[in-house]
Each structure stands twice: as C-alpha cells, then as structure tokens.
Write a protein that binds this ligand. Structure first.
Ligand code: ADP
Ligand code: F6P
Length: 323
C-alpha cells in the first residue's frame, strides 16, 4: 500500500483534528502518501481530494471541529453514490481509507469494504454510542463543556433559589447527561437507559426542599424528552420557580481535552498501522486502556446495549448521592 486517504463524516467532534494529524503523520512515517478528503462522503463523491504533508496538519491538535470539514450525504447511501466514490479513489490511486466518524459513517465504510476497498473506522462522536470502544472521540470534551455550564447555572440556581432543567445532547444515549450530571452534583438525571417516574422526580425535589434545599438542577438527556417538557411538569406539579437551558451545539465545539487529544492520536495512528498491515473492515477503539480493533459487523451487532450496566450503576449512584 502506497497511498491512503482520510475523511471526517457525520457530526463533528472535538479530537477529530488530533486523529487527522495522527493519520497523516503516522502515514508519512511509514512511507505512505496521505490524502485528505474534504466534506466527508459528499466531497469524496465530488473528488475534493488533496495531498497532505506533515505541515498541513500543524497547529491543529488543539482545535475543535475538523479541518477536513464534514457532511451528511444521502447520495453516498445509494449504490450509484458509492460507485462514484470508488471511482474517485481509484483515479487517484488511493488504496485505503480512514473514516473518522460515528456509526452511520462506519456503515458507509463497511459498504466500501464489501466492494473490496479497504477501510478502517475511528470512532468520533460526542454521544459515546459506539460498541467496541470504552470512549468515542469528543465525548470527554463534551462532558467537560456541559460540566462548566452546570457549574455556572448552579450560581444562578443558588442565588435565586430556583430549579433548573438542563437539556443535553446524546441522541439515544444518556452518557453525556450521566457523566456531567454526576460530576456536577445534579439532583436528578433523566436518561433513556433508565425508566423514571416524574412523580418520583418531583417528590425528591419536594423532599429536598423540605430539608432546606432551595435550588435544584435536573439534567435531561435529549433522548428522553425536551427540557421544556420536563420543566413545564415541574413548574406545574411542584410549583417551583423553574428555568430551562438547552445547551445545544455548544457541546460539539471547543478545544479538545487532553484525553481526546490522546485518544485521537492513538486511534488515528493505529488505523494507519492496520491499513499498512493489510487489515480492513474494522474499527479501532480503546478498551481498558488498550487499543483494539473490532470488525464493523461486530460493532453494528453490539450497538444496542452499550455501557448499559455501567450507566445504570452511575444512575443509581447519583440517586443515592443527590439526596
Ligand atoms: P454518524 O457517522 O455521526 O453516525 P450519520 O448517521 O449522519 O453520522 O452518517 C454519516 C454519513 O454516513 C451519512 O450522511 C451517509 O453519507 C453515510 N451513511 C450512513 N448510513 C449509511 C448506510 N447505511 N450506507 C451507506 N452510507 C451510510
Ligand atoms: O451525534 C452528535 C449530535 O450532536 C447528537 O448529540 C445530536 O442529537 C445531533 O448530533 C445533532 O445533529 P445536528 O448537528 O445535525 O443538529
């Protein structure tokens, strides 16, 4: 293998740039030519491909977003789109591709591999919703961003003796809500993994209030309900002065934490090592601090109950600490 390429796809995540840098520099170290594909699969179909050198990834390890841009491409989901993409790769003599993205991006990468083109995935999404890796790139940074917001909201919650409902991202997973909620001392955390009863949430708020707690913070994962829906119930049923904050895309941006830079560097470099060794159709991940590789099909099969036990433990722990 002489020429490889890298692209970022789906939602951006802090740490993607660290992974791009690692792919380019590890590739060069191994004597490969490395190409950057701009705007994910959309750019691949349209031939937005440029040769990278060591300098082209300088000064990016600390930056959020992705210097290669990203996109969601409906065209790439079609046979025709995939065949156009393969033509672009073949025209440039590219023999392997690193896809930095989430589950959807890996389904695209798996399609290319099924057609004989070697691909390796690097898990990157703030949601931490990919099986086969303890953490996805961007999750750690997003948790810290949410935590910073909770700490600030707590100042106002305390000063005004108010209840705050904070809605956070995560798609169908509650990892961001749980980690940030536990670390931020939230009174209640509502996540899709655990059934909850609004009556119980309100009772806990009222009990706290009776014991002298004058403010409360409730974290709601977007996969459960909107912050507005939960806030309205609390205001109506408990009668507490309630405010709602939807953190939104602020959670996707910002300089990656040391952890995400480390993870991006390790996973990006390993992806290139695997392609160089002739392996493909796999995602690289980190399990118990070790870098591992797992077939895309295994990732898709296990994607239903990721971190379930761990999340339920954290959920119950928070309940017992936030009395
Ligand atoms: P993420 O990678 O963050 O999960 P998406 O689910 O939006 O993000 O997927 C990113 C892109 O990957 C899609 O816009 C599409 O181009 C491609 N993709 C997703 N699912 C498939 C699929 N089943 N087949 C081919 N390509 C897919
Ligand atoms: O997958 C990352 C994520 O930020 C989710 O947490 C959220 O539900 C979704 O993407 C938002 O997507 P968009 O940026 O297209 O609004």
């Amino acid at each position: 293998m002489q020429k490889i390429a890298v692209l970022t796809s789906g939602g951006d995540a802090p740490g993607m740039n660290a992974a791009i840098r690692a792919v380019v520099r590890k590739g060069i170290t191994l004597g490969l030519e490395v190409y950057g594909i701009y705007q994910g699969y959309h750019g691949l179909i349209n031939g937005k491909i440029k040769k990278m050198d060591a300098g082209s990834v300088g000064d990016i390890i600390q930056r959020g977003g992705t210097i290669l841009y990203t996109s969601r491409s409906e065209e790439f989901k079609t046979e025709e789109g995939q065949s156009k993409a393969l033509d672009q790769l073949k025209n440039k003599g590219i023999e392997g591709l690193v896809v930095i993205g989430g589950d959807g991006s890996f389904r695209g990468a798996q399609k290319l591999w099924e057609k004989g083109f070697p691909t390796i995935g690097v898990p990157a999404t703030i949601d931490n919703d990919i099986a086969g890796t303890d953490y996805t790139l961007g999750f750690n940074t997003a948790v810290n961003t949410v935590l910073e917001a909770i700490d600030k909201i707590r100042d106002t919650a305390t000063s005004h003796e108010r209840t705050f409902v904070v809605e956070v991202m995560g798609r169908d997973k509650g990892d961001i809500a749980l980690w940030a909620g536990l670390a931020g001392g939230a009174e209640s955390i509502l996540i899709p993994e655990a059934e909850f009863d609004m009556k119980e949430v309100i009772e806990r708020l009222q009990q706290g209030h009776e014991r002298g707690k004058k403010h409360s913070i409730i974290i709601v994962a977007e996969g459960v309900a909107s912050g507005a829906e939960i806030g309205e119930i609390i205001q109506k049923e408990a009668g507490f002065d309630t405010r709602i904050t939807v953190l939104g895309h602020v959670q996707r941006g910002g300089s990656p934490t040391a952890f995400d830079r480390m993870l991006g560097s390790r996973l990006g470099a390993e992806a290139v090592e695997l392609l160089h060794k002739g392996e493909a159709g796999k995602m690289v991940g980190m399990k118990n601090h070790r870098i591992v590789a797992i077939d895309f099909n295994e990732v898709f099969k296990k994607n239903t109950d990721i971190n379930m036990d761990f999340n339920l433990d954290m959920y119950n722990l928070n309940k017992s600490l936030s009395i």
